[in-house]
Write a protein that binds this ligand. Structure first.
Ligand code: ATP
Ligand code: MG
Length: 582
């Protein structure tokens, strides 16, 4: 009996199936190598991301870029011993000094272009988030991978590009240059200076999208990040590494809270990053000037993608800000980052998604808009001691329409953050500023970070205010109230008055403690409403003058002893009695 000949088979490995032309070329190669007809099959493999590997029986051929380079290198070293002219050293040098950055790996063509979006074809190995190079120095980032085409967002003006223009892969994901010299500067979404003070030297290159620190790399939030705003530090304390949302309608003082928090970090060794998305350049210039005149630009970086910038730049701005923050965090620094605001960011993302032809979902946002914000906010962390102990605290801002917190973007971001400061128009217009709605605001992890002194001083303020609000609604239409109820209303109104605080007037911890202890122990009850603000100012001055030791000790240790507490109550009552006699 004759033995059946073993059937030979050629297997082609790559991460993507070969195009018909490529298949034809492989078949021609097989025919030229082997005298028989060999069937060619393709198998998916992620081992060879940059090309193909062909296996025929025991023979294997490397068509990957790495393999070709390796072959070239060994071919060069073999030539060494033989007669070689001057070309060889030149070639060797070129191969040895080869850098992945300078190679344009694959060339494709622009299929269509417009509105800051380019569709390109013939890029078979392009990856999501990879930077593409176009003519005229235009850069773009791959944002949509389809079967035959790739959607790309442009970072520069693409007006000069035409259909059929060439485009090259770079093999790099989008990133920005970062350095300590960024502190005090205003940069765009790509890290370039836009304050007219010259280029910023780059120390490191960081991808704008990078994985969030894992659970092992983190530790729990335990140190306070003081905002200097009494209503927040007493009731909704923020810890380093926390993500606290600031949410409210337009013109309710959202930016003001973030700005005051930045001002309050003066001398506290916290690097602040303010990311403005889709705002007018003039208002950001004013805000920067405000920071500068108050000395806060010494530790602050402003990242700005204005309303008139293309949507792709507005889209990457928060990620760029986050990459800068990570650079500092990983060196063990504490960083505070403000995203002002993520509603506009979501809108920019919606714009470019619709232009890319993605199908719209709820409120016309693309389906992955939740992931958009979660992967950004997850990068905030309190790193473990092994990772240097740095932290990134995030204050994202979201604008609501007519107080509707149940809209798509607000609910998404509320669910990602560790709490929210809810600002209300009606409070703002009635003069209660900052317009914090005590009932709807919450801070989920910051309580652990609050100092003992603040905890002890703030005691039952939330409960007292809740009771006051209930009582207020209940007694709204009744005319004769008993004395106890009246007193409780006056007490509640007094507390609300105490929580009013002007802009740019952050309070130190010891000042907050003194005010809270005095007010919650009913020391201010007999002061008329209009007198509360001047009385508070006087009380603080008095303590600053006559009880310096107590002030310094609370600030330093974060502890309020019973004796200190008594001292504050007694002094406050005395001052109040003196005030009434005037
Ligand atoms: P937008 O929706 O336009 O971004 P916003 O919610 O960020 O507005 P801000 O710009 O911070 O609001 O504040 C609106 C106005 O209210 C500003 O003129 C600001 O100076 C004023 N303001 C904010 N907070 C206070 C405060 N605590 N006391 C007095 N005025 C304030
Ligand atoms: Mg604002």
């Amino acid at each position: 009996m004759r033995e059946k000949p073993v059937e030979r088979r050629a297997v082609l490995y790559s991460n993507q199936p070969p195009t018909p032309e490529q298949t034809k070329r492989f078949q021609e190669f097989l025919e030229s190598r082997y005298d028989e007809e060999i069937p060619l099959v393709w198998e998916e493999s992620w081992e060879f991301p940059k090309g193909f590997r062909l296996e025929v029986g025991l023979d294997s051929y490397d068509w990957s870029i790495d393999g070709r380079l390796r072959q070239l290198r060994s071919a060069l070293s073999r030539i060494q011993g033989e007669e070689s002219d001057k070309v060889i050293p030149l070639l060797r040098k070129a191969v040895e000094s080869w850098q992945p950055e300078v190679i344009a790996e694959e060339e494709g063509r622009v299929v269509s272009i417009g509105d800051g979006i380019a569709t390109v074809a013939e890029l078979d190995y392009a990856t999501y988030g990879e930077i593409l190079l176009f003519n005229h120095g235009v850069r773009g980032m791959i944002q949509d991978l389809r079967e035959h085409e790739t959607g790309c967002i442009l970072f520069e003006n693409g007006d000069k590009l035409r259909q059929g223009s060439p485009v090259w892969r770079t093999g790099r994901t989008a990133g920005i240059g970062v350095s300590e010299d960024m502190i005090g500067r205003v940069v765009d979404a790509l890290g370039g200076a836009i304050d007219g003070k010259g280029d910023i030297p780059v120390r490191a290159y960081r991808p704008i999208e990078s994985p969030a620190p894992g659970i092992i790399d983190r530790q729990s939030v335990s140190r306070p990040l003081e905002t200097g705003i009494l209503a927040i530090d007493s009731m909704f304390p923020i810890g380093k590494g926390q993500r606290e949302l600031i949410i409210g309608d337009r013109q309710t003082g959202k930016t003001a809270i973030a700005l005051d928090t930045i001002l309050n970090q003066k001398g506290k060794d916290v690097i602040c990053i303010y990311v403005s998305i889709g705002q007018k350049t003039s208002s950001v210039a004013q805000l920067t000037e405000n920071l500068r005149s108050r000395g806060a630009m010494d530790y602050t970086i402003v990242v700005h993608a204005s309303a008139s910038d293309p949507a792709p730049l507005q889209y990457i701005a928060p990620y760029a800000g986050c990459a800068i923050a990570e650079y500092f965090m990983e060196q063990g620094n504490d960083v505070l980052i403000v995203y002002d605001d993520l509603s506009k960011h979501a809108i920019a993302y919606r714009t470019l998604s619709l232009l890319l032809g993605r199908s719209p979902g709820r409120e016309a946002f693309p389906g992955d808009v939740f992931y958009l914000h979660s992967r950004l906010l997850e990068r905030s962390a309190q790193l473990s001691e092994e990772r240097g102990g740095g932290s990134m605290t995030a204050l994202p801002i979201v604008e609501t329409q007519a107080g509707d917190v149940s809209a798509y973007i607000p609910t998404n971001i509320i669910s990602i953050t560790d709490g929210q400061i809810f600002l209300e128009s009606s409070l703002f217009f009635s003069g209660q500023r900052p317009a914090v709605n005590v009932g709807l605001s919450v801070s989920r992890v910051g309580g652990d970070a609050q100092t003992k002194a603040m905890k002890k001083a703030a005691g039952a303020i939330r409960l007292d205010l809740a009771q006051y609000r209930e009582m207020e609604v209940f007694t709204q239409f009744s005319s004769d109230l008993d004395d106890a109820t009246k007193r409780q209303l006056v007490y509640g109104q007094g507390l609300m008055r105490m929580l009013r605080q002007g802009q740019y007037q952050p309070l130190q911890q010891y000042q907050q403690v003194i005010l809270l202890v005095a007010a919650l122990n009913h020391a201010m009850e007999d002061i008329p409403m209009d007198g509360i603000a001047p009385f508070m100012a006087e009380l603080l001055d008095f303590f600053q003058l006559h009880h310096q030791g107590l002030c310094g000790q609370i600030e330093r240790t974060g502890i309020l002893t019973d004796q200190d507490r008594e001292e504050i109550i007694t002094a406050a009552r005395e001052r109040a009695a003196a005030w009434r006699k005037r």
